[in-house]
Design a protein around this ligand. Sequence first.
Ligand code: CDP
Length: 235
Amino acid sequence: MTKEIKRIDGRKSNQLRPMMAKVGVIPNADGSAMFAFGDTVAIAAVYGPRKLHPQHMQDPSTGVLRCTYDLLSFSVEDRKKPGPSRRSQEISKVTGWALEPIIDLGAFPNTVIDVQVYILQADAGTRTAGINAASMALAHAGIPMRDLVCSVAVGKQDKDFVVDLTKEEEDFKEGEGATDFAIAKLAGSDEFSLLQLDGKIRPEEINEVLKLASESCKEIYEVQKKALKEAVSQK
Ligand code: CDP
């Protein structure tokens, strides 16, 4: 049973922000999608698979998944300086880790699949919204995938776990301190492809957190599926 706690925006602990998803938002890309959790809006574009250059980077045994994540300058309150940062490099990397298990890269030797994720508006949870958008964009690009990836962050409000935190909630550091646990899960199995914890969680709490995230992932998957179906029916 879900414990009733008071969140800043009145949501229940297991309640995601309103989600919005659309596929095919960038016509020149091979695949594209947008995904929003409330005021956090991500778009993802997929290009490829195409020959990887420079040639010495090519691997005849596998393709390469190259993910790039960034915030647009005015997506955040304090304008973000354009160009890569340590944060954007880290999130690019974890986005790739979250997505790699669903793609058979061995089927695309010597190639690269570029996944570019941009955050148009940020209110926390941007890496998770980006992963949701990227997973849909890969499917839209027709890349053979064994599943979709769904992603959500679980955090702590005092002693209670809550899903899909806003920036205001993330900044609320009373009680046990800030906890932000970004989780990505394969929709059709119990496999997790990303567990990125910032903060502290007790070992005995892990199962509760993963259960919360798994329930949220079911809702996210339905939204992703609906958007992909709509795109197919419009073709
Ligand atoms: O976005 P996510 O929760 O995945 O990652 P984070 O590094 O924990 O960032 C949390 C939030 O801080 C972002 O979603 C933005 O709302 C905000 N942020 C910002 O205002 N300016 C930045 N340069 C970076 C993040």
